[in-house]
Write a protein of this length. Sequence first.
Length: 366
Amino acid sequence: MGILDKIRGEFIDIIEWLDDSQDTMVYRFQRHNNEIKYGAKLTVRESQVAVFVDEGRIADVFQPGMYTLETQNMPIMSTLKGWKYGFNSPFKAEVYFVNTKKFTDLKWGTMNPIMMRDQDFGMVRVRAFGTYNTRVKDAATFMKEIVGTNWEFTTDQIAEQLRNFIVSSLAEALAETKTPVLDLYAKYNEMGGMLTAKIAPKFEENGLELLNLLIENVSVPPEVEAAIDTRSKIGAMGGVMNEYMQLQAGEAMVKGAENTGGMGGIGSQIAAGQIMGQMVQNMGQQQQAPQGSPPPIPQGKTFHVAVGGQQQGPFDMAALQGMAASGQLTRDTLVWSNGMANWVKAGEVPDFDEVFGAVPPPMPQA
């Protein structure tokens, strides 16, 4: 500080702070050698508190208002200084202005996934983020526990510590409530209130007050999201697994038809759908049929198909007709079925007469 600032400080006897920022929580009043005139005017505005510090010790705390700095309104400072009646000399002290307004829209979020045990999916990794508001509740405690000797303190300097309070309590809350992942999305408000009650004491220990903690999103890994989507599809079909497997087989056939890589891709998709259908059929046959119900309808003949030098299938006649109609199955394609000694061209098997009979012959060459 230059000579002009020193001279100006000797004549100016008003101590105040006009905050032109949005995130400053504490500001130390700048004065040459921290020298303050006895009888100086102290102005503390609304949403401010002034804290006097004498040689590292917190002394008097002033609430909003205008004060004349004299012994009668600085009892702690007077005791620390050992002032006698009639004292009127300048004195040294640090003056900190603490901003007590509400700091809003502060962000929090999990840097790493939180492990939780879910009754539907077992061990699941979840991430969460949201916002919260806070303000200084006890200026002296906040100064002692957090600020220290910083001449200026902003929300960025405490954001990480407060975020850790929230994230650690979130993990405890998830473990205590045992809320299934599928139900988390409907309980954001309830969990936000629970977290506020759990974290508020930790904030108060540091002179802060926690306000309006909100959970904006709880996300799970992609594979869990896929499992949730699958369960939703099954639920939309009335919980009938057979219908869902048929839907999967149909989707596989559509994806295979869109694949321009040749018959191998389509054959694999159709085979996958066929296998899933048979799995469902086998599961149904293993279950005991209700008393008086008719036996299962016998299944038609199925064939394996040689595709690109690899065995695919078995396929029923309906699937084979679809392959013939799309040109992936021809009369020269090798096929085999239970009871046949060797692989035979499809055109030589009588069962394929109805398959190729529904397929128009090739277009004549121009």
